[in-house]
Design a protein around this ligand. Structure first.
Ligand SMILES: [Zn+2]
Length: 330
């Protein structure tokens, strides 16, 4: 397929809408017939209310719709097109399928198939656990870590092991505070329960509601979940709070742990007496982004430069190392 033709079938607008085929806009508004929401993170919800007004349907996984509701970004019932993974739906001449993406509960990759083309968008993802969409004419890919300079030198499992150790040690002395973004917090709750942490988890009502949805999604029981007002002085508890609560909560007695994908100095960095950064990301590393493309072997790659900062470098690297035409947009 000619590049000009390919770019008519997939591209990214200046406002971050990923255009797929002729009918679909994903993660941004562009006035198309179908809006897809890959997952419930803010940088993928741009223009959602405009899409709700203009599009015929808003498509997302059932879990993402529940997350949106809790986050106050609810889509009216009559516009919702809940799409479980691997259940294609046809709209006019195109078929839309959501595939699982490991990122937060409900995250999806989008594939759009038309009469003579197949294009797809990964949304946010990490590896392993995200099955590459193979043989597409155009692949739009997220590259949050777009160059070797932002490559972490350890794996996610090392980070989880380090986190577990900090949490267990902290619980022996009292309260542990964990700060992160929506989605990541709930995933960490699941991981800690799987690794035998039984202390109650305390959080605000919204974080608890999201945790209950995530708990169903991952089929892991994360109870007991309690509100801040049910915390008993001196009893071990893990408090989960949004990253932006760190400043106001950091002086409280206990161990404070910030989950951050931006910490590249080490797995665990002690910032002060009782404050630690744990390098825990929910995005593929640079190497994993390249591995994804290598397995997927698309005709053309578009690297998302709206959400990733080193997309131009990534595109060049893909062209040179893999010999697959690539460019960064917008
Ligand atoms: Zn995300």
């Amino acid at each position: 397929m000619e590049q000009a033709e390919a770019l008519r079938l997939a591209s990214i607008t200046r406002r971050g809408a990923v255009l797929l085929g002729r009918l679909v806009e994903a993660d941004g508004f562009a006035g198309r017939l179908v809006r897809v929401v890959t997952h419930a993170h803010d940088d993928h919800l741009g223009g959602l209310s405009s899409s709700v007004r203009r599009a015929l349907f808003v498509a997302a996984t059932p879990t993402t719709f529940r997350f949106l509701e809790i986050l106050g970004r609810s889509v009216p019932e009559h516009k919702r097109l809940p799409l479980p993974y691997e259940q294609p739906v046809s709209v006019k001449e195109e078929t839309i399928t959501l595939h699982e993406a490991r990122h937060i509960a409900g995250s999806a990759q989008v594939e759009v198939e038309g009469p003579k083309y197949r294009v797809g968008y990964t949304g946010d993802f990490k590896m392993p656990g995200t099955e590459p969409m193979r043989g597409l004419d155009v692949l739009v890919i997220d590259a949050t870590y777009g160059s070797p300079a932002s490559q972490r030198r350890w794996g996610e499992w090392d980070a989880l092991a380090a986190l577990l150790e900090l949490v267990e040690e902290g619980l022996r002395r009292g309260t542990v505070y964990i700060y992160g973004f929506n989605g990541k917090l709930q995933e960490v709750m699941v991981e800690l329960r799987l690794r035998g942490v039984t202390a109650p988890f305390a959080a605000d009502p919204r974080t608890i509601q999201l945790a209950r949805v995530a708990s169903e999604f991952y089929s892991v029981n994360v109870e007991p979940l309690i509100g801040y007002d049910s915390m008993v002085d001196g009893e071990p508890v893990v408090v989960f709070a949004h990253t932006n609560r760190f400043r106001s909560m950091r002086r409280r007695p206990g161990v404070h742990i910030r989950l951050t994908g931006m910490e590249l100095r080490g797995i665990v960095v002690r910032v002060s007496e009782n404050v630690f950064n744990v390098s825990f990301s929910d995005h593929a590393s640079f190497k994993e982004v390249i591995e994804y493309v290598e397995e997927a072997k698309p005709g053309l790659v578009i690297v998302d430069a709206y959400r990733g900062r080193e997309a131009r470098f990534t595109a060049k690297y893909i062209e040179r190392r893999l010999g697959i035409p690539a460019l960064a947009l917008p």
